[in-house]
Design a protein around this ligand. Sequence first.
Ligand code: SF4
Ligand code: SF4
Length: 67
Amino acid sequence: MPEIQVNDNRCKGCKFCTTVCPKKCIEMSPTFSATGYYPARLAKKDCCIGCGMCAMICPDLAITVYK
Ligand code: SF4
Ligand code: SF4
């Protein structure tokens, strides 16, 4: 299954990725990162279809999609 990896040090918690994901696979972490933001993360295993929308919209280039 495809999956995403979020670089916590780049993510600014804007939530753009959560809104564009067609499968609603992304949620915000309840704990904040070293940089002081609540980073995005994959919410459900085997949810991602590898469409790349989240990586495309992320203004901070924090998401890598693995197909
Ligand atoms: S690659 Fe597509 S399906 Fe996977 S988390 Fe990103 S937006 Fe959602
Ligand atoms: S779009 Fe990028 S910066 Fe915004 S919450 Fe998602 S991963 Fe973080």
